[in-house]
Write a protein that binds this ligand. Structure first.
Ligand code: ATP
Ligand code: MG
Length: 269
């Protein structure tokens, strides 16, 4: 199983949108995908149409080690796509992770027994520099960093890179950077707005052009697709899915498989 986390140290940067669509598109290609909702806001759980039932294990019980990860996995409405859900109660795990002394490694440890069950695990992270954020980075083999094409997005990238630098030096993060995904890139007709252009250029200067993925356009149709539990192409807007085609190609290259390779080779069911 190859684990990708969607991270950014600010709210509304597109983490959940990117985690959900990446997982949906991988699952559509036949890969067996586990989505992990590591954010107490539980937007991913909601987007998957999942309702947490009383006494049914969630991310909270898994991180506390009260149940095995396999016991907190639920089917979704989509083929090949499974979910470890969360709810607001997940916030209470922060103290547990901090006092355990090894919080950053907890998610990786709990997911380990699933290594042969899924091809990919896609983790949605919370927007704060917190124990939950650390444990998602510690669990990931690759990170995608969605950042709004605004000054706030640029500042968030700066802070996120600073944290990643520290976590790399301390060997908490042993994965690779999949790329920066500019989010809500605004265009008027055929022209990108000055604000979007400036901020995306500034991000590229900070991280290097080769780490920049194509941007996600600000788009009502894109939002509409997500709200209808569809991918943009399923709603007839193939173009809007382009950044994800590039992201998934880069991911598959990183894992060492091509689109043409039989999915059973990477453990898809
Ligand atoms: N292409 C798009 N154009 C405009 N808005 C979009 C687009 N895609 C998603 N959105 C909206 O942007 C908002 C933020 O997206 P999202 O929830 O993915 O961010 P987030 O980083 O997960 O936020 P949080 O930090 O609160 O978890 C959502 O309201 C979503 O509906
Ligand atoms: Mg979110």
């Amino acid at each position: 199983m190859f684990t990708i986390a969607s991270e950014s140290l600010a709210g509304g940067m597109g983490k959940t949108t990117v985690a959900l669509l990446t997982a949906r598109l991988l699952a559509k290609q036949g890969y067996s995908v586990l989505l992990v909702d590591a954010d107490p806001q539980s937007s991913l759980t909601t987007f998957c149409g999942h309702q947490v039932q009383k006494n049914h294990p969630t991310m909270l019980e898994i991180l506390r080690g009260e149940v095995q990860a396999a016991d907190g996995i639920y089917a979704t409405d989509f083929a090949n796509l499974f979910l470890i859900p969360s709810d607001g109660g997940l916030d209470s795990v922060q103290d547990f992770l901090a006092s355990s002394g090894c919080g950053a490694y907890m998610l990786r440890n709990q997911l380990e027994p699933l290594a042969e069950t899924f091809s990919f695990c896609v983790v949605d992270s919370p927007p704060q520099r917190s124990q939950l954020c650390l444990t998602t980075i510690g669990a990931s083999d690759a990170l995608v960093l969605p950042m709004e094409a605004t000054l706030k997005g640029y500042a968030s990238l700066d802070r996120t890179l600073e944290l990643l630098d520290l976590l790399k030096r301390t060997k908490v993060f042993r994965g690779e950077l999949l790329g920066i995904l500019p989010f809500r890139d605004k265009w008027v007709g055929n022209n990108r707005t000055k604000q979007s252009r400036r901020n995306i250029e500034a991000m590229a200067e900070l991280i290097g052009k080769s780490n920049m993925l194509p941007s996600i356009r600000e788009s009502e149709q894109f939002k509409e697709a997500i709200n209808q539990k569809l991918t943009p192409s399923e709603l007839g807007y193939q173009d809007l899915e382009y950044p994800f085609e590039v992201l998934i190609n880069k991911l598959l290259n990183m894992v060492g498989v091509s689109h043409a390779v039989d999915t059973t080779l990477v453990g898809a069911s």
